[in-house]
Design a protein around this ligand. Structure first.
Ligand code: NAD
Length: 476
């Protein structure tokens, strides 16, 4: 754990193992923290905030710039660690390190753009001034699926704004968080500005984070279930709250789209990180006229995917995070199969060829998926592409919007009017139009409904860490 600039053991002296999900091997041990440690981390962040909050934007920008440089220099070693700990193929880890580093660079630049306003008054002898100040101590809770970029997406804007931070990383990926903390420490961030408590039992730490009056903001990325719980507790403490939660993305293929191009896009997107992405498509709506070509191409692509240890050259799909993830994916596929879905490829756990100690599920296509199947409503978080055939173009937006989630949606069409109408009518925070990567450090990312509150990235991302203060000034 990292508290007040030092790597320390937990107060109980206990540790827990970190596993490689591809092999089941133990990669290392980390301290198993609890409430006392969480309080010590907040003590350190609160004390450090006294001077950090009045550092100049130029100082903060320079430190972030240095952290970006170090992250870029250490990209290979970071990617290897991430693949060992989280499982995604090495190329995907390299991509994530780049994506994560980009938040650090973007917010190094944004730090210097925190400005205020000089505002008009109805009174001749009065002026108004409004300024932005850091909110204070930020408590962050992050997931395992993108263990570095989900962290820098919070850390970089919080630090750029002048906030200090306490982090609880996911229990499956604390080593990735440690490596990012090493970089920020080597970059020269002062002791106490960033603090981290690792734990195998998150609830007590979450309780401290959401009830300590010195914590001004909770930022969480993870499941809707846990996000709802933490947001309610943080709300009771009147902490500011941002929660980036689960999703159930529709992927609409209009009849005028090139079905082969759309299927290639769907295959590239759906099997990223073995489907363990919050923006992963969970319902592929394909117009009946395009269905045969689409399903053929998707099946062909999926047949060509190699599943295995992400360290092995040529592997495109890694393991799932743990046994319960395999069980969940398997149950959704079996439910769909029992209710009549076709399974042209995949549909089983993989254990042969040295995969028996890991958590591997075959990349799968389901056809004939219908609303009564569990997979139509519940987030899968696994390598399964459910294809739903539709007939009426006028109804497909309504079908796509028929979910409590609202994170990402995708549209394939060659018609500008269809694309823009869909963009405006889809009730999702992020829409890919003939595009499977609608994310960047420069743009807002976040959801509606059960997918969360708030935005990360872009100009909005730093606003989440700033408080507005107004002065009324009399000239009398
Ligand atoms: P999770 O909710 O189980 O865990 C997320 C984090 O919350 C972890 O650090 C975990 O230790 C912690 N946590 C769990 N219970 C807690 C409690 N009672 N108190 C405090 N902390 C607690 O989710 P996960 O399985 O790690 O991540 C997968 C989910 O995250 C998916 O639903 C996915 O869609 C979502 N996700 C969303 C985004 C986004 O930006 N919207 C990005 C990545 C992942």
């Amino acid at each position: 754990m990292f508290i007040n600039g030092e790597w320390i053991d937990s107060s109980s002296g206990q540790t827990f193992d970190v596993l490689n999900p591809a092999t089941g091997e133990v990669l290392g041990q980390v301290p198993d923290g609890g409430t006392e440690d969480a309080i010590a981390a907040i003590d350190a962040a609160y004390e450090a905030g006294r001077s950090w909050s009045s550092s100049t934007a130029y100082e903060r920008a320079d430190l972030l710039q240095r952290a970006w440089q170090l992250m870029t220099e250490r990209a290979d070693e970071l990617a290897r660690l991430m693949t060992s700990e989280q499982g995604k193929p090495l190329k995907a880890s390299q991509f994530e390190v780049g994506y994560g580093a980009d938040f650090v660079r973007w917010y190094a630049e944004e730090a210097r753009r925190i400005t205020g306003d000089w505002l008009p008054s109805g009174r001749k002898d009065q002026r108004f001034l409004s300024i932005k100040q850091p909110v204070g101590v930020v408590a962050a809770v992050t997931p395992w699926n993108y263990p570095m970029s989900m962290l820098t997406r919070k850390m970089a804007p919080a630090l750029a704004a002048g906030c200090t931070m306490v982090l609880k990383p996911a229990e499956a990926t604390p080593l990735s968080a440690k490596a990012i903390f090493d970089i920020f420490t080597d970059a020269g961030f002062p002791p106490g500005v960033i603090n981290m408590v690792t734990t195998s039992n998150p609830a007590p730490v979450g309780d401290v984070f959401t009830s300590d009056a010195r914590v001004a903001k909770l930022t969480f990325t993870g499941s809707t279930e846990v996000g709802r719980l933490l947001a309610a507790k943080a709300g009771a403490s009147l902490q500011r709250v941002s929660v980036e939660l689960g999703g159930h993305a529709p992927f609409i293929v209009y009849p005028d789209a090139d079905p082969l191009n759309a299927a290639k896009g769907a295959a590239a997107l759906k099997f990223l990180n073995a489907g363990q992405a919050c923006i992963s498509p969970n319902r592929l709506y394909v117009h009946r006229d395009a269905a045969d070509g689409f399903i053929d191409m998707l099946t062909k692509r999926v047949n060509g995917l190699v599943t295995g240890n992400g360290m092995t050259e040529g592997v495109g799909v890694g393991p799932l995070v743990d046994e319960s993830a395999v069980a969940k994916v398997s149950a959704q596929v079996e439910d769909a199969r029992a209710k009549g879905a076709g399974v042209p490829v995949g549909g089983k756990r993989l254990t042969a060829d040295g995969l028996d100690n890991g958590f591997f599920y075959a990349p799968t296509v389901l056809t004939g998926v219908r609303p009564e199947m569990t997979i139509y409503r519940e987030e899968t978080f696994g390598p399964v592409a459910p294809v739903v055939i539709y007939d009426d173009v006028d109804q497909v937006i309504e079908m796509a919007n028929d979910t409590n989630y609202g994170l990402a949606a995708y549209v394939y069409t060659q018609d500008m009017k269809t694309a823009l109408t869909a963009f405006e009518q889809l009730r999702f925070g992020i829409v890919g139009i003939n595009d499977v990567n609608p994310t960047s450090a420069a743009v807002p990312f976040g959801g509606m409904g059960d997918s969360g509150i708030g935005r990360e990235g872009g100009h909005e991302g730093i606003a989440e860490y700033l408080e507005t203060k107004t002065a009324g000034i009399s000239l009398r």
